[in-house]
Design a protein around this ligand. Structure first.
Ligand SMILES: [Zn+2]
Ligand SMILES: [Zn+2]
Length: 326
């Protein structure tokens, strides 16, 4: 990896509950893909690889099953934000030894403790390896108590006391940065019940803003107040887009947002690129593609009506396994 770059991998992008399509919906999906193959003029097996390569990733496996877990790497540091079921894929990669050292230490930053953000933690295998150090971080003072309660009978067979790794807990101060080697991480409050803290991750002039889960009820600079810096000087923002814009009004106070809200903030604060995620557990591939279409329409309108000093914004909907370098 080139010096100075942040590498971000989205191991889980689903919201609320790990979810995939029922077999009947997958059958319909495959039928449509096969129709596409023939209507593109392909006829024999030698064209299959070419056809598959021509399809966007979400057409092949959907947007993913696993709930939120994001890995952020700088040249010298690796952190993990949240332990949704996606953290199991990362754990498998760590234990396979293909990404260098599998000895850690590992740094897990928790945004909050809703099920979808911690359901994968018992499947993060480094917890069970002697000699490994796992560090947990959160603003919420109940961090240790909450993590201990994940590893507890009858919910999980291995109690916290029997974990072989050494587990450390660090309570963060709101809006105060901590530094890990070449990475600076600062928690800012999001608009979500219970509450929830996003993270601004900075390294070598590159900045990632993790803004899931949030409703985005505070949108103006004045409303955001002390949390405004989360959205400023950002190369990549990960934003909650669980709902359509009309759904957002119906589901007020549920703690999730819509792409239009994130785009509006991104234009105003000159955020270069936005990834939308926390996909609704009930949303199938077509519904997320419809959301993208609605977002395109809003984006085009917003682009035509933007202030002169606002640059254009790149955006896309995240799928599981997506990796971005900034
Ligand atoms: Zn969530
Ligand atoms: Zn939540």
């Amino acid at each position: 990896m080139q010096q100075g770059f942040l590498q971000i991998k989205f191991w889980g992008v689903r919201g609320s509950l790990p979810s995939t399509l029922m077999p009947d919906k997958w059958s319909l999906h495959f039928e449509n893909l096969l129709r596409g193959y023939f209507s593109a003029g392909y006829r024999d097996t030698s064209h299959i690889a070419k056809y598959i390569a021509s399809l966007p990733t979400p057409h092949l496996g959907g947007y993913g099953v696993a709930t939120t877990s994001v890995e952020v790497r700088s040249p010298k540091t690796q952190i993990i934000i949240d332990g949704g079921s996606g953290i199991r894929y990362l754990s498998d990669q760590i234990m396979s030894g293909t990404m260098g050292s599998s000895k850690g230490p590992f740094h897990i930053f928790m945004t909050h403790f809703h099920w979808d953000h911690l359901i994968g933690l018992p499947f993060f295998t480094p917890h069970f390896v002697p000699g490994i150090h796992v560090h947990y971080y959160a603003v919420q003072p109940e961090l240790e108590q909450n993590i201990r309660s994940v590893f507890r009978k009858p919910f999980f067979p291995v109690p916290f006391e029997n974990l072989s790794a050494k587990i450390h807990f660090h309570i963060l101060e709101p809006r105060k940065a901590i530094v890990l080697n070449d990475m600076k991480i600062t928690p800012y409050q999001l608009d979500h019940p219970d509450p929830c803290w996003g993270y601004k991750v900075e390294s070598h002039d590159r900045t990632y803003a993790h803004c899931v889960d949030t409703e985005g009820t505070r949108a103006t600079r004045e409303e955001l107040g002390p949390d405004l810096p989360l959205y400023q000087n950002v190369d990549l923002m990960y934003f909650d887009a669980q709902y359509t814009f009309p759904e957002l009004a119906e589901k007020a106070n549920w703690g999730h947002s819509a792409a239009q809200v994130g785009l509006d903030i991104a234009f105003r604060e000159k955020i270069k690129r936005v990834l939308f995620a926390h996909h609704d557990p009930g949303a199938d591939i077509q519904q997320i593609m419809d959301l993208q279409q609605q977002t395109t329409e809003f984006y085009n309108w917003r682009l035509q009506n933007k202030a002169a000093q606002e640059p254009a914004v790149e955006w896309e909907f995240a799928h599981e396994g997506l990796e971005i370098q900034i």
